[in-house]
Design a binder for this molecule. Structure first.
Ligand SMILES: C[C@H](N)C(=O)N[C@@H](Cc1c[nH]cn1)C(=O)O
Ligand SMILES: [Zn+2]
Ligand SMILES: [Zn+2]
Length: 486
């Protein structure tokens, strides 16, 4: 359908969204205040509380068949073997057999955040910064802001008296930041149940490449997350008494971790490069068209530490090559001051972003063998164990199908430009499962910008991205509803 035919709808809908801005920000504020950190076992009740908050919101908007689906206990490694996974929030808005059905996925869990990390404001308080016109707080862009956008677009239709163009199903999970544990099985179970008849899946959980140009995303890297544990003495020890006398786990761990990747970002584990799909001639054309620069990367990272200088190299290393990042060490001294301790047991955490055609199981075998060999070479009397914590698949799709066409038209209406077609360096582990189990296409429709600081300190969402992002969701649903194909 042409934009002209939908103009009367947008002329009513968009001013309504503008008018509801304070209410939308208020709902986001309440949601951000719940510290739903999925990786912190002690905060699991908060993750559940946020699911209940969302269920209440959905109920008040008239969503029906709202279900908090339990996923059972969290599999190891976990401290509390009885720890329950947070529920998946399923709900429906509309049930008209003449309309298409769109499933929207988002995650209500967030990454950890503490003032000590260097935040300027309390991470679990949404700060409306009038000077910068930004919303600041953990989850503002990843993914509480975009997730609540789906609720807001329903509210705007109700208030404006506009018929909602599709049947909507929500699938909001609370474990995305921790590997989407349990969700794959739920989708398998519900493919012919709750999710029967889904025509398309839309996910708003990634970011524009830069800060100015909207994008639609057709690819994600996967993520295999590992921990390597080195254990020695029974308890932490005094380094004056035992230093130089016993083998230190932390020293062993540092050597294992430094054998994984070099300072140029080259992965040193043998056999990985051979699994990566070769670069094609045609591929180079894709990078040329993308609006991005080294300067934008430097601005977003707040540094001049880029490993690559050209746009093509940067994009290829973000999108189509694997990377290995070392995240941290559990069990080691990390606070201020000068504690003279020898940690007894340390877990090094690292992950590998995966790309076509890497095989997750084969990769894990290579990683475990590499860590065991690196440890063996040390001749240490300590013990070492390397294991996979979770894995999530990479995903690449066709960016010219009916959903992408609808979203491209919507972007032109809302932002006045044709979006760039991008891939994402991050991961949304469940994307491929939706595509395969529901046999539908998946569209990634990002709301925030590349400099939003997701997973970092001072995470923000520009108010204009929040409001235009909600308009974009609405326009996409209208264009998709009117498109002749699925
Ligand atoms: C892109 C998305 N918003 C996100 O942040 N995903 C996480 C998913 C993940 C995988 N393992 C742990 N978390 C990410 O890319 O890190
Ligand atoms: Zn996310
Ligand atoms: Zn995230």
């Amino acid at each position: 359908m042409s934009s002209d035919k939908l103009k009367p709808v947008f002329d009513k809908l968009f001013p309504q969204i503008d008018e509801l801005k304070p209410d939308f920000i208020n709902v986001l504020k309440q949601a951000v205040e719940i510290p739903a950190v999925s990786s912190d076992e002690s905060l699991r009740p908060m993750v559940v509380k946020k699911a209940e908050f969302l269920a209440d919101q959905l109920k008040s908007l008239g969503f029906h068949d709202i279900q908090l689906k339990e996923l059972g206990t969290q599999p190891p490694p976990v401290t509390n073997p009885k720890l329950q996974l947070p529920p998946v929030v399923l709900s429906r808005y509309g049930n008209d057999s003449n309309k298409k059905t769109v499933l929207v996925y988002g995650h209500y869990d967030v990454q950890p955040a503490q003032m000590e990390d260097g935040w300027d404001t309390e991470p679990f308080e949404l700060v409306v910064d009038e000077a910068t016109q930004q919303l600041k707080g953990r989850g503002s862009t990843d993914d509480t802001g975009p997730l609540t956008g789906w609720l807001h677009i329903v509210r705007a239709h109700i208030e404006a008296g506009i018929e909602f163009p599709v049947n909507l199903i929500t699938c909001f999970e609370g474990m995305e930041e921790s590997g989407s544990l349990g969700l794959e099985e739920l989708i398998g179970r519900e493919a012919t149940g709750y999710f029967k008849g889904v025509d398309a899946v839309c996910i708003s959980d990634n970011y524009w490449l830069g800060t100015k140009k909207p994008v639609l995303t057709y690819g994600l890297r996967g993520c295999n997350y590992y921990q390597v544990t080195v254990s020695g003495p029974k308890a932490d020890l005094h380094s004056g008494v035992f230093g130089g006398v016993i083998a230190e786990p932390m020293v062993d761990l540092m050597q294992i971790l430094s054998s994984l990747v070099d300072s140029q970002g080259k992965i040193l584990i043998k056999g990985i490069d051979e699994m990566v799909a070769p670069v094609t001639e045609k591929e180079h054309e894709i990078y040329k068209k993308i609006d991005f620069s080294l300067e934008e990367l430097n601005e977003a990272s707040g540094s001049n530490t880029a490993l690559y200088k050209t746009k093509e190299d940067i994009l290829m290393h973000r999108w189509r090559y694997p990377s290995l990042s070392v995240h941290g060490v559990e069990g080691a001294f990390y606070g201020q001051g000068a504690k003279t301790v020898i940690p007894a047991k340390v877990n090094g955490k690292f992950s590998i972003r995966t790309v076509p055609d890497m095989d997750s199981e084969k990769l894990t075998q290579l990683v475990v063998d590499h860590c065991n060999n690196a440890f063996k070479k040390l001749g240490s009397p300590n013990t070492c164990h390397a294991e996979l914590i979770h894995d999530g698949a990479y995903w690449v799709s066709d960016p010219f199908n009916a959903q992408f066409t609808a979203a491209s038209k919507a972007t032109q209406v809302v932002y006045g430009v044709e979006p760039d077609l991008t891939r994402e360096g991050g991961s949304i582990p469940i994307t491929l499962t939706f595509e395969q189990q529901l046999k539908t296409s998946v569209l990634l429709l990002p709301m925030g910008r590349g400099d939003d600081g997701a997973h970092s300190i001072n995470e923000k969402l520009d108010i204009s991205n929040f409001i235009n992002g909600i308009k974009l969701m609405g326009a996409y649903l209208h264009f998709y509803a009117a498109s002749p194909e699925n």
